[in-house]
Ligand binder design. Structure first.
Ligand SMILES: [Zn+2]
Length: 293
């Protein structure tokens, strides 16, 4: 499942979108990229000023995890959590490469231990436990450490009695950890239930391109409100797998945020530039409701 998820994930336009356009190392750092939505050449600096959204066509480029937290949180410092947790190759798993070598390569390339970054933060002054997945780290897949860090985020929110906000971008469960990875679906879901039962605090889930597999089938679709970014692909199995399984053409826009909104599977589709005020407004509404209940 996760393997299939990663294949189409890598083929998907969002994943390729941030690929630099020049392969000649002698040219120095690349300054621009081509928008996969409209084909315009975009200066990376201009793209960053627009929160990684194409100013011409609105195509949403991927955002790495820490950057995502900075885009959503107030300017006061983020208090990062669980950055020292590291995965182990418990099964001695080898596919085209040993899992432990994949982990070392991802850590070295990204300077990060795992595919999830969590922090205590504020959004328009509201304290919140905030986390984001890093799609670049083994396809944002959820192994034991990602599951543990997500669970701890919900546990901190429960103890502190503050809302939770998690940004998903994932190919699904991490196949190299087998059943240990699948167990994270139950573990994260149970932690959300405790947040709701014990602390009665809201959880907002932001679905970004792409959110699939065991992540789509657990914590990312258990939010009190499901918000998706425009054009995000969200579903359990990818469209190619479904098409091959049922042997039928899929409807236009199948599994996109807009399609899911139309069919009642997500609550809101919000452009990136409007996310922070929308999240704050939702949190205020849900917290007020809780006060008056
Ligand atoms: Zn564009």
């Amino acid at each position: 499942m996760a393997g299939q998820g990663r294949r189409w994930f890598e083929q998907s336009k969002g994943f390729e979108a941030r690929t630099r356009t020049s392969d000649d190392a002698d040219d120095g750092p690349d300054l621009w990229t081509k928008c996969p939505g409209c084909g315009e050449a975009l200066f990376l600096e201009v793209l960053a000023e627009h929160l990684e959204v194409c100013p011409h066509c609105g195509h949403h480029f991927p955002v790495e995890a820490l950057q995502r937290l900075l885009q959503l949180a107030d300017e006061d410092a983020l208090e990062l959590h669980d950055t020292g947790l590291t995965s182990v190759d418990a099964l001695g798993f080898v596919d085209s490469k040993p899992y432990d070598r994949r982990l070392v390569a991802a850590r070295e390339k990204l300077g990060r231990n795992e595919a999830f970054v969590a922090a205590s933060a504020h959004v328009e002054g509201i304290p919140v436990e905030l986390g984001a997945m890093d799609w670049r780290f083994l396809g944002g897949s959820m192994g034991s450490v990602v599951g543990e860090a997500v669970t701890r985020l919900f546990e901190r929110a429960t103890v502190r009695r503050v809302p939770a906000l998690v940004v998903s971008a994932s190919g699904g469960a991490r196949m190299q950890e087998g059943v240990l990875s699948l167990m994270q679906m139950a573990k994260t879901s149970a932690a959300i239930a405790r947040l709701k039962d014990e602390a009665r605090m809201p959880y907002l889930s932001l679905l970004t391109h792409p959110t699939t597999g065991g992540v789509a089938a657990s914590f990312s679709t258990l939010g009190d409100v499901l918000i998706a970014e425009p054009g995000a692909l969200v579903g359990f199995a990818g469209p190619r797998v479904i098409k091959e399984t049922i042997g039928e053409e899929l409807p236009a826009g199948f599994q996109t945020a807009e399609y899911l909104l139309e069919h009642g599977m997500v609550d809101l589709v919000v452009p990136r530039g409007r996310l922070r005020p929308t999240v704050a407004r939702l949190l205020r509404l849900l917290l007020d409701q809780r006060e008056s209940a």
